[in-house]
Design a protein around this ligand. Sequence first.
Ligand SMILES: NC(=O)c1ccc[n+]([C@@H]2O[C@H](COP(=O)([O-])OP(=O)(O)OC[C@H]3O[C@@H](n4cnc5c(N)ncnc54)[C@H](O)[C@@H]3O)[C@@H](O)[C@H]2O)c1
Length: 467
Amino acid sequence: MLSRRKFLTTVGAVAAGTIIAGPVKAAIKANGKKIKLVLIGTGVRGNSFWGKRIIEKYGDIVQFVGLVDHNPGRLKYAAEYIGVDKKCGLYSNFEDMIKNENPDLAMVTTTDATHHTYIVKSLAAGVDVLTEKPMTTDEFKCQEILDAEEKYKRKVIVAFNYRWSPYNTKVKEMLDRGDIGDIVSVDFSWMLNTSHGASYFRRWHGQREHSGTLLVHKSTHHFDLINWWLDSEPKEVFAYGDLEFYGRNPKKKGVNCRNCDEKETCKFYWDITRSKDDYERYVLNEEHDGYIRDNCLFRPEINIYDKMNVNIKYANNVYVNYMLTTYSPWEGWRVAFNGTKGRIEAFMDVPYLNTETLSQEELHAAEMNQEGGTNANTKPIISHKLWGKQKTINVPYSRGGHGGGDIRLHDQVFLHPGKEDEFKHMAGTRDGAMSILIGVAARNSIETGEPIQIGSLTHLQPKSKRI
Ligand SMILES: NC(=O)c1ccc[n+]([C@@H]2O[C@H](COP(=O)([O-])OP(=O)(O)OC[C@H]3O[C@@H](n4cnc5c(N)ncnc54)[C@H](O)[C@@H]3O)[C@@H](O)[C@H]2O)c1
């Protein structure tokens, strides 16, 4: 029989990506006790993916003992939406929650720039943490988290769901087994469209003080994929970035969509009242914190980049070329790995290479779907050996839930944390740091015009092979 202490140790082992014995489910059942969870940040991601879905799928082994959010209206809405039982405490601050509850795991799903506060407070209270990406938004907060983890001897899991999709895992498998020899360079482009891409500029994400810019908020996913695929750590970063398409526009009024007199003519007009959830979660709770979810894409407060190009030199001397655009006519991505024995190309939703016929709006809806998807399909990866023939590997694929990554991450954390993690999917603070630090370095490089050394940002020194 495993005690609660043993369960906490288990979470630590999972975060470190190590193999541990005995699934938590059995341990919890043997003890007759459920894992006690608190959710900090009750917005859409917390409500659905880390809330409702967890109760639906793992309700027999977990229970919510507390929800925390500084917006009391959203907190109340979340309690109903998730379906927590009456004993679950609703708190507008962490301190009251920790005084009353004794959670096993704190799940942090607040706005990006506030993650570190709750990660550090939870660790200090002796509680392990699962945090949404990005782990945090700057190098100083990052160092605070690293120090707290070491000081309080508790662990942090960073929820990098993109790693878990079968498609991205297949790329990892092919690279790891040396299909193209040693990797020498990578070309990675990510296109966001005028639905999903634009949505970042409506929300808090459009202000760097909340999101750290898309180089941190969004690219943390992409930089983590590269780090994981290459099995190495970034050493030096040089970048360009600018804001040209969205943001301050003297021809636009800059008020939110609901109050705008350009409803009939603006291509970006978005009616938040059409979604009951959005209306009840955000509009009805504006009075508490003033957060406007359907803000204008052309308001003067926007201070993030909308085009970004980044060059990364890895500690193992791989060169990476990365590009993120936010107003492409189509949304999708392409990555190509050059190796000493060949080239691998992987891509998603490039319209002229696609067999699916979803509109850009339907793709946006699928991307925002937090529940996981079904409509299974296959997606190709192209492998081409030097002087050899091109081969297509078709990988099973399901849309929604971030390419099937979301549900696999959940299962590993809650259902079988003891399962062997062959492809090192689970991520801890070092992975969380190495991905955001590329974005932070890119930001610093854009501001200074200089290349930035990753090793200058925190105490972490890049290793040529990930540990
Ligand atoms: N992994 C993924 O694919 C994925 C997808 C969506 C969102 N996310 C992440 O999830 C997190 C939440 O995103 P979201 O889309 O749900 O945003 P959201 O705006 O819907 O929710 C954020 C919530 O945090 C609360 N909050 C903000 N600051 C707070 C503070 N200081 N103390 C307490 N509560 C605070 C807000 O009131 C709000 O309820 C973000 O970090 C985001 O990057 C990850």
